[in-house]
Ligand binder design. Structure first.
Ligand SMILES: [Zn+2]
Length: 254
């Protein structure tokens, strides 16, 4: 382990990772060197933040403009009742630091927009979409293609979740988010969780699957989800995997 410049405490902390042949000291060192940006400190962002911090991802940024409300706590498990009224990014940062003080957490208490997206994602290797609105989702997806960043994207509604990875810069045959959804749906056509509801544990499952894919992308292990969409129905407890193809007419011309 001396080759990887870990302290005794780090070797203890990450012992169950280092035991894994696919991870080992080399994989753990990749996690320590990695920089991951989480968009949204909510139902998906909570398990993302907790598992990525626990895993020893060296730098984790989290962006969300909102303050914590009582109705968030049914699913947003990085937060606590006592922190209602606090900025969600500060609450999530506190949870991450309590799990793993070795992680460098950066907080951005504002909305991702066209003016700041490119600059923000430039500082990170892997980007996680845990947003709850199409405007931010499309803005982020386009910025990731332009900035050549790997985007691990999850979405939840009611009892269902979706997950995929988009990295056309690294997978020339791979789709981007716009190859799947060329344009945002008309306003009001697809309800949000605040309109239609979501089972809290469904966000936990999807955020945890998303965290797993982020860790795999960082370490380069297993099969990437680029080119595949996972659809999970919690009511029937069934997973489907759908092939996604690059759209030769994609407006992003990747
Ligand atoms: Zn595309």
């Amino acid at each position: 382990m001396a080759d990887f410049d870990f302290s005794e405490a780090e070797i203890h902390r990450y012992a169950r990772h280092i035991l894994l042949r696919e991870v080992g000291g080399a994989g753990q060192a990749k996690l320590k060197a990695a920089r991951v940006l989480i968009i949204g400190a909510g139902g998906l962002g909570s398990p993302l933040a907790l598992y990525l911090a626990a895993a020893g991802v060296g730098t984790i940024g989290i962006i969300d403009p909102d303050v914590l409300e009582l109705s968030n706590l049914q699913r947003q498990i990085a937060h606590t009742t006592g922190r209602i009224g606090a900025l969600k990014v500060e609450s999530a940062a506190r949870a991450m630091r309590e799990i793993n003080p070795l992680v460098d957490v950066k907080t951005y208490p504002f909305k991702l927009d066209a003016a700041n997206a490119a600059g923000l994602i430039a500082d990170y290797d892997v980007i996680c979409d845990g947003t709850d609105n199409f405007e931010t989702r499309f803005l982020l997806a386009d910025a990731c293609v332009a900035g050549r960043k790997t985007l691990v994207s999850a979405a939840v509604l009611r009892f269902e979740g979706q997950l995929s990875t988009f990295k056309p810069h690294a997978d020339p045959d791979g789709p981007c988010y716009r190859c799947l959804y060329p344009e945002p749906p008309p306003d009001g056509l697809v309800p949000s969780c605040s309109e239609a509801g979501v089972l809290g544990a469904v966000t936990g499952v999807m955020g945890t699957l998303q965290a797993t894919e982020v860790l795999k992308e960082i370490m380069g292990i297993g099969e990437s989800l680029s080119g595949r969409l996972i659809i999970w129905d919690a009511l029937t407890m069934s997973f489907r995997s759908v092939r996604l193809k690059k759209d030769p007419e994609c407006k992003l011309h990747h």
